[in-house]
Design a protein around this ligand. Structure first.
Ligand code: SAM
Length: 255
């Protein structure tokens, strides 16, 4: 039985499952999952093997072609149970484990590994990247999808409006310092039961973690919201949406 990680989302499983639903939340469906398939070059014909670290309720497994082999790892037992119940994929395997420890997965030649919005919820991201390297074949791809660490830092970034130019700007208070930031997931309930943590690192930290673990970064993409506003502030809000990305995707190759 896996040791329970303090950063597991076990305590917010019901809330997170409601938010994500069976097919993923709005941004999973509109931006993240299609881009993950494109970047990892996964199509109906691919017989790839994929290791999904911090897989939650397994949204990635549900968009993979049937001939792909999928292993989902998460520290939350209930999220893995839910993933198992709701995923029909014939080659899906589910593991409850902390990604900062040696993973109980024998396979060491995965074609791809992914952290989808999960690495920033892990207290030891470098150790998790080390586990990804242990299980990838040489030349295998690692894809990391993050809430953009330059623009979306919980409690340290916010929108402001410059009245003179009528432009919306992004204010960043702190960026270079590593931070452990508590997040109240159900703001209406003031309970420590519904707290998760976000661990902030700069881009240079992430690149160092990759380099230390024998990964070469091969590409980077920044994804903006595809939503649009209407009404009095539409012009300003839509411009800000197009200029300030929500997500950062880093692709690296195992050397
Ligand atoms: C924001 S959720 C993302 C889940 C999924 N990838 C998605 O896109 O829906 C972050 C996940 O990371 C998992 N997690 C946090 N720390 C972990 C750790 N040390 N080992 C394994 N999973 C962890 C949490 O349990 C949670 O399911």
């Amino acid at each position: 039985m896996a040791k329970k990680s303090s950063t597991s989302w076990e305590n917010v499983e019901g809330w997170y499952s409601g938010l994500v639903g069976d097919d993923g939340h709005y941004y999973h469906q509109s931006i993240i999952l299609p881009s993950v398939l494109r970047l990892l070059n996964i199509s109906e014909k691919s017989a790839v093997s994929v290791l999904d670290l911090g897989c939650g309720q397994g949204v990635l497994a549900r968009v993979l072609p049937k001939n792909a082999e999928y292993w989902g790892v998460d520290a939350s037992k209930s999220l893995i149970q839910r993933a198992r119940q709701h995923t029909k994929h014939p080659q899906a395997h589910w593991i409850v484990a902390d990604t900062s420890e040696l993973l109980p997965v024998e396979k060491k030649d995965f074609d791809c590994a992914a952290f989808i919005l999960s690495l920033q919820n892990m207290e030891e991201p470098e150790r998790a990247i080390q586990q990804a390297r242990r299980h990838l074949k040489k030349g295998g791809k690692l894809l990391i999808v993050l809430n953009h660490p330059c623009f979306r830092i919980p409690r340290q970034s916010s929108w402001g409006i410059d009245e003179k130019s009528q432009l919306q700007y992004r204010r960043i208070n702190r960026y270079m310092t590593e931070m452990k930031i508590p997040i109240q997931m159900r703001p209406s309930q003031d309970s420590s039961d519904s707290v998760t943590y976000s661990f902030h690192h700069s881009l240079s930290d992430f690149f160092r973690f990759l380099q230390n673990n024998h990964f070469a970064v091969i590409s980077m993409e920044e994804w903006c919201s595809d939503k649009t506003s209407e009404g009095a502030k539409a012009k300003m809000e839509n411009l800000a949406r197009r200029e300030i990305p929500l997500f950062l995707a880093i692709m690296a190759r195992a050397e």
